[in-house]
Design a protein around this ligand. Sequence first.
Ligand SMILES: [Zn+2]
Ligand SMILES: [Zn+2]
Length: 279
Amino acid sequence: MVDNAPFLTQQHAGLTIEGYSRAAVQSYWRIPELRIGFDLGAQPWDFMGTPTWMVTHTHLDHVSALPVYVARRRMMKMEPPTIYVPEEAMEDVRRLLLIMQRLDRGRMICQLHGVKPQQEIELSREHVITAFATSHTIPSLGYLVWERRNKLKEEYFGLPGEKIRDLRLSGVPVTREVRSPILAYTGDTSPAGLDNFPPVYQAKVLITELSFIRPSHRRERIHKFGHMHLDDMIERADRFQNELIICAHFSTRYHPNEVRRIVEAKLPACLRERVKVWL
Ligand SMILES: [Zn+2]
Ligand SMILES: [Zn+2]
């Protein structure tokens, strides 16, 4: 095994969250159980086996390892990966891969897809993703994973099993799809990115950025550059229904101890027990 990029790991509700994120350095996450990753700011050697990646935006700290990852999969004789990027970036990303192909003299083979806000991406029978618009300085998307189950429609409750089976065999749709949001990843965004897509606040696990924490940082400026401040989170304390809130993408001007100290001191109790400072 090669230890080329750091990451932390946490388990929650049957999911393993692995990742690392510091502003302007690198962001990358993956959920092995869902076989997906978010952002490619670097690519730990270990993450190569994850076949599908959703890129939130094309700032270097979120995309610079894309050619490395695509080339590595081919070198290791793995299936070409599937990569989703905001549709505005799609053509340039395709060209970037072609240029790297020329420079590196190795074919860059992947399924590249442009994504629009509100577009759905089918992952499997049980899981589907909705892309949602976030608010940053370049086109950007967040991604929310739904778990979907087929439940018997209420009008058939109490009917004997063989009756339901007969109905189903005769082509009557006896079930309806029920979705629950299990994980949301916002990428870089000002608070509008969360506010404009309420399921983000309901997902069991929320991975969000919290680039700024010091009281002296001016919030209008932070929002203008498409980021969040700790006070934005505190203002919205009663909206978060998430079981676990992972805060990451802290600015490099903070020492990890300063982040932990300020977050611990300022978060209301209802959030403190669910917030995980990812450092
Ligand atoms: Zn970033
Ligand atoms: Zn960014």
